[in-house]
Design a binder for this molecule. Structure first.
Ligand SMILES: Nc1ncnc2c1ncn2[C@@H]1O[C@H](COP(=O)(O)OP(=O)(O)O)[C@@H](O)[C@H]1O
Ligand SMILES: [Mg+2]
Length: 361
């Protein structure tokens, strides 16, 4: 659990004028999304790196979807990893290499010219100062003219269209692959943010554990994720018993390959504990809201972003458990990139939101 309190998150008034070319990056634990104003989403790739051992030295073999294709199917000398899988950053060096690769890819595969784009990167709110500087440095090294950081919940709130610039308390819940981040914003700045290592990955693990226990079937994380997206639900319902999907794996008793049918109700049972952990993070964040903000939140409710917002009935569960109005953002997977781009484009947002200690080169 990592908690941060407002204050040092933004650095007002230190901004220079911005050129025409901007790029906004959502550096997610599961997916990296790049938005270029005027062009829209130009890159949406898994945050995965494949490494290969050559002459005893490990080097990057592939990044993004090319790396994902090598997952679980690799030879001994190749391994895949997710540099941000632990919710924050578990491998700084690989994170840097991945950012460089994605920036070049978003730029049409060319390395950047001397006047590269100004880049804003949405980073986990729990990332440390060292990690933030490294991410900025990676963007600068990749050719960005300037690199700014914005905390993910802030970008998510802007991207989801919350009235962040008004003196009204807003709460955003971003459910990603590795983390759930909750941000409470008021009077144009985050007053509280919390990040817990629970999200889509834990859901996949829970599904795999359930299938193994109940059906004696060993399934891989990709199969667990697929069935979750197809028929997963946060809520056990009567109809859910009749909504079914198939998943294949290895029978742990006899060892042969087999396929079973799973119902939505079973998936809801498998996901129950993880969903409750997410509810708990949200409740804890609400508990930290001051009286004024709490009354705004009661009126306006909360907005969910991130891929986890697409889990069926996660909004219903959060509504039932918190008693607040809950909405899923219109484009939950691209909210952070869009919000980060808006922060960079709009002079008002730019002055208020683009954040943290500048990295100087
Ligand atoms: N339709 C869906 N139902 C449930 N989970 C989903 C769905 N679509 C995506 N996800 C999950 O959302 C997570 C990725 O969300 P994302 O916001 O991209 O994560 P991050 O910001 O950490 O990179 C993954 O765990 C993925 O399985
Ligand atoms: Mg996300």
């Amino acid at each position: 659990m990592t908690e941060r309190r407002g204050a040092s998150l933004f650095d007002f008034g230190r901004l220079k004028s911005f050129g025409a070319r901007h790029m906004a990056i959502d550096l997610g634990t599961a997916n990296t999304v790049i938005y270029v104003p005027g062009q829209g989403i130009v890159l949406d790739e898994p945050s995965i790196v494949a490494l290969e051992i050559v002459n005893g030295m490990e080097r990057v073999r592939a990044v993004g979807s090319d790396a994902k294709m090598l997952m679980g199917k690799t030879a001994d000398n190749i391994r895949t990893c997710r540099p941000l899988s632990d919710g924050v950053i578990n491998d700084l060096n690989l994170t840097e290499q991945m950012i460089s690769h994605f920036i070049a890819q978003a730029n049409g595969g060319h390395s950047l010219m001397s006047r590269g784009p100004e880049v804003v990167i949405g980073v986990p709110s729990a990332s440390t100062e060292v990690e933030r500087r490294a991410i900025q440095a990676a963007a600068i090294n990749a050719g960005a003219r300037d690199a700014w950081l914005i905390e993910k919940p802030v970008a998510a709130a802007i991207g989801a269209g919350l009235p962040v610039e008004e003196p009204v308390g807003s709460i955003v819940v971003d459910i990603g692959g590795g983390t759930t981040e909750v941000g409470i914003l008021a009077l144009k700045r985050p007053t509280y943010s919390i990040s817990e290592r629970v999200g889509g990955d834990k859901m996949d693990d829970a599904i795999a554990a359930y299938v193994r226990m109940k059906h004696n079937l060993e399934i891989g994380p990709a199969s667990a994720e697929r069935i979750k997206k197809e028929i997963g639900s946060a809520l056990a319902t009567q109809e859910g018993m009749n909504i079914v999907g198939n998943v294949g794996g290895r029978d742990v008793t006899v060892g042969n390959l087999s396929e079973i049918e799973l119902s939505q109700a079973e998936l809801a049972e498998a996901l129950h504990d993880v969903v409750q952990q997410i509810v708990e993070v949200v409740s804890r964040a609400i508990g930290h809201a001051g009286a004024e903000i709490a009354s705004d939140i009661i009126n306006h409710g909360l907005v969910i972003t991130g891929g986890g917002a697409l889990l069926r009935d996660i909004d219903t569960v959060l509504r039932n458990e918190t008693g607040l109005p809950v909405q899923v953002a219109p484009e939950p997977l691209t909210c952070v990139a869009l919000g980060a781009a808006r922060a960079l484009e709009d002079p008002e947002y730019r002055a208020e939101f683009v954040s943290v200690a500048r990295f100087s080169v």
